[in-house]
Design a protein around this ligand. Structure first.
Ligand code: MN
Length: 296
């Protein structure tokens, strides 16, 4: 099977005019990717029909990601925040569908921030109920929704693959998929292998990132182990390179993601390297993996 190899738009810029969308799409295609993950920075202003034409011309597939900010947090027991959050998710879903994407993903279940206390039971349950409704609308459109699992400093709802699988089970819709990310797994999981096998059936999307978020292979991440796990579970979905650098983000967005340093200065070179690294790593894992206990 062939996994689409993707690139997150924020590798290049967080500017999101139509011209920026086009430029980013061209750079992603030129770097050798099959898929553009579109961070929907302007959910109501984005012209998705026009964007679809650009992607079709370049032969790129897409996945759309959205994020809540304070006023749209569906994990908070505040009706106004919950309502605004559901509206944002619905808008994201419509835009993703119009763009031709088959998945809406991201930290859909809460804000992306450091919370000062644990999520309440009622807030968690409310988040699940709203996501259930979004999942039903997505199913009507033939789409999946992804729950991106991020580390403890970025949400208080789900930080591990196991917790996320339980959260998704409780929502009770088959098109709610887990979106796993090596950067966050590196912080929260025992390794990059066993948790993947444990939740294999639910995984629908993958972010690949070095622990520094720099060049793949330049840090301490055991990507051989990770690609082996994906090969063994027969994962056929996208693998998307995600990285950020202070040099390519606005100050506000860099602050949201705590990106203070520059881990690359040439995003085109970084992205082309990542595309090849992921293709080679997967191919190697496929040719050498068999089901069995992890060695080393
Ligand atoms: Mn990610």
């Amino acid at each position: 099977m062939m996994n689409p190899i993707g690139c997150h738009g924020l590798t290049f810029t967080d500017a999101f005019t139509a011209a920026d969308f086009d430029t980013t799409a061209r750079r992603i295609a030129a770097a050798g990717f099959d898929l553009y993950e579109v961070p929907l920075m302007d959910p109501w202003g984005f012209d998705a029909a026009r964007g679809k034409q650009v992607l079709d011309d370049l032969g790129l597939a897409s996945v759309v990601s959205v994020g809540h900010d304070g006023p749209t947090d569906i994990s908070q027991e505040d009706p106004a925040q919950a309502r605004a959050g559901e509206e944002l998710l619905n808008q994201g879903l419509q835009q993703a569908h119009a763009l031709g994407a088959t998945m809406l993903t991201g930290v859909l279940y809460s804000s992306l921030k450091r919370y000062g206390k644990a999520v309440s039971a009622a807030g968690r349950s409310q988040s699940q109920q709203i996501l259930g409704r979004i999942a039903d609308r997505a199913a009507d459109l033939g789409m999946d929704i992804g729950l991106e699992i991020v580390n403890r400093y970025e949400t208080n709802v789900i930080n591990s693959l196991g917790d996320a699988a339980a959260f998704a089970e409780e929502i009770g819709r088959p098109n709610v998929k887990l979106h796993i990310d090596t950067f966050h797994m590196n912080i929260e999981e025992v390794n990059l292998y066993d948790p993947v096998l444990a939740v294999a059936d639910r995984i629908g999307y993958v972010h690949v990132s070095e622990n520094t978020r720099g060049y793949l292979g330049s840090g301490r991440m055991d990507f051989d182990q990770f690609f082996r796990a994906l090969a063994i579970i027969g994962y056929g979905g996208p693998l998307t390179f995600e990285t950020f650098s202070a040099s390519t983000l606005s100050a506000d967005f860099a602050g949201l993601l705590a990106v203070w340093r520059n881990f690359y200065s040439d995003p085109d070179d970084l992205a082309a390297h990542a595309a090849q690294y992921m293709r080679d790593g997967l191919a190697h894992a496929r040719s050498t993996s068999s089901v069995g206990p992890e060695q080393g």
